[in-house]
Design a protein around this ligand. Structure first.
Ligand code: ATP
Ligand code: MG
Length: 481
């Protein structure tokens, strides 16, 4: 007997791992005369040895029947997807989603498929996005000779690391244009290439994305960015023209090659920064860091000016870029904390420059850097270090050592002054007492003034702080007590 291929070994190992739950469920369905298959991403991921604890099943039983079959077996169930034929269940640490065979008709002008149930597994598999996602394993007898169902050659595609659609890509993308983005997302997550006829259809049909809701688009975009090979996914989006519909700022960076090639291509620089930032992550993929790396220079096309001497400048591109990033991420309905963090990182990514070139920062500038970055400081360090993509080794080493130096200064000041929680030298109560005023906006103004002094000079002795406050109060026309 031939030795098992890697794909087969993976699949067997993963199936053995999930069998206690999957086989049990398969037996319950079989004894009620219903079919059950492990399907889609679960079969694909089993073969890739990356199956988690989320399992997808397909059945001929309608959702209400599925709910009945789960009763007394599942530890918990949920019906949030029931309108689409999906019942969720939990058992022994696995999250199961059991979906009734689908055979929906698509309304090509609307955002959502019209759900209708089918009665055959093969119809269900035919409507899936890619051949590697259109395989199934029959339960409970998953070891039976005919248990593995693969009508579109998904296993061969998987071995060749390629994405193809079960039918004609034009038909598939006409049914659901989101699948074009899913192709790019899987290219990033799995490191697969996309078959040429699929790329051609994506290119021809890119504008069909217009009917897809921003939530679905943003969801795929996040998954793409969090994948292991986001460059591949992003390049595919840009090359096919899909990016123009989801993130137009990205293809716009390609226009930045000037005729003398004095300036590096901002688009390619951006993808390099992204990959360099990924290398600095602490284990887990970091959406905010990756998004900031991707967007940090998007202000460049708009701020580009030809200088009299023949050079090119991008004055204030970080400020312009920050507001462009905010607008784009808000339009994509990213959570507020993601929008704010990426905007801040974009705005601050240039601040460090100048530190390296002779002028060493004052303590006050270091304090401001730390306070302005707030809880994004660790990411800002990573972004700024990644932003150096020069091929000049000496220059790269000089920038890295200047940043080491800045981090050392931050650590030193932090130790001395607890930089993380800078407060003015007098608190609100002390301010009110000294000025003899009740709580109100004036106290806030005084507090801000003292905070600015504290930033500028570091901690002040008590008498000096009081004297400063008195002087400020007199300027405001108040007589301190
Ligand atoms: P992951 O769960 O890692 O995001 P997945 O492949 O499981 O990846 P899901 O979005 O969970 O993707 O979908 C599960 C399965 O449903 C897919 O593997 C695919 O077979 C099918 N599927 C999902 N979305 C679509 C779609 N828009 N068009 C066609 N088939 C789809
Ligand atoms: Mg899934």
């Amino acid at each position: 007997m031939p030795a098992l291929t890697e794909v087969q070994t993976n699949a067997v190992r993963e199936l053995l791992r999930v069998a206690p739950v999957a086989v049990e469920l398969g037996e319950r369905f079989a004894s009620a005369g219903c079919s059950l298959h492990l399907v889609g991403g679960s079969v694909r991921d089993a073969m890739l040895g990356r199956l988690g604890d989320d399992l997808d099943f397909a059945t001929d039983a309608p959702p209400e029947r599925v709910q009945g079959l789960l009763e007394g077996w599942a530890e918990a169930t949920w019906d949030t997807g029931i309108a689409f034929g999906t019942v969720g269940a939990q058992r022994k640490g696995f999250r199961l989603e059991i979906t009734t065979y689908r055979a929906e008709a698509y309304d090509r002008a609307s955002r959502h498929p019209v759900v209708s149930y089918g009665d055959s597994l093969s119809d269900d598999l035919a409507r899936r996005d890619f051949a590697v996602n259109a395989m199934a394993v029959s339960l409970p007898e998953w070891r039976a000779p005919d248990a593995f169902v693969d009508p579109y050659g998904g296993m061969d595609d998987l071995a060749a690391s390629v994405l193809r659609t079960p039918g004609r890509p034009e038909d598939s993308f006409g049914d659901d244009p989101l699948r074009m983005l899913r192709a790019a997302r899987f290219a990033s997550q799995l490191g697969f290439t996309v078959a040429p006829e699929v790329v051609a259809a994506m290119t021809a049909m890119a504008d069909r994305l217009e009917i897809i809701s921003v939530e679905r688009i943003a969801d795929e975009l996040s998954k793409l960015l969090l994948g292991r090979f986001p460059r591949a996914g992003l390049e595919l989006l840009v090359d096919t023209g899909l990016a123009a519909h989801v993130l137009p700022e990205l293809p716009a960076l390609r226009l930045e090659i000037d005729e003398h090639h004095q300036h590096k291509d901002v688009y390619d620089h951006t993808l390099q920064v992204l990959e360099r930032a990924m290398a600095l992550e602490d284990g887990e993929p970091d959406l905010v860091l990756r998004m900031a790396a991707l967007l940090h220079d998007i202000g460049k096309p708009r701020t580009r000016r030809k200088e009299p001497g023949g050079g090119v400048s991008f004055h204030h591109h970080e400020v312009v870029g920050a507001s462009m990033a905010r607008r784009r991420l808000k339009a994509l309905r990213f959570p507020k904390d993601v929008v704010n963090a990426v905007t801040l990182l974009t705005e601050l990514h240039l601040r460090f420059h100048g530190y390296g070139s002779g002028s060493v920062w004052t303590d006050s500038a270091v304090r401001r850097y730390v306070t302005d970055a707030g809880d994004q400081l660790p990411r800002l360090h990573k972004l700024v270090r990644s932003d150096c993509t020069t091929r000049n080794r000496r220059r790269a080493a000089a920038l890295a050592s200047a940043y080491d130096d800045l981090e050392a200064r931050i650590a030193e000041l932090a130790e001395k002054e607890e930089l993380g929680r800078i407060r003015p030298d007098l608190n609100g109560e002390q301010i009110m007492e000294l000025l003899g005023v009740p709580p109100g906006p004036l106290v806030g103004k005084a507090y801000k003034h003292l905070l600015a002094l504290r930033m500028e000079h570091g901690p002040l002795p008590r008498e000096r702080a009081e004297a400063e406050l008195r002087a400020w109060a007199r300027e405001q026309g108040i007589d301190p007590v």
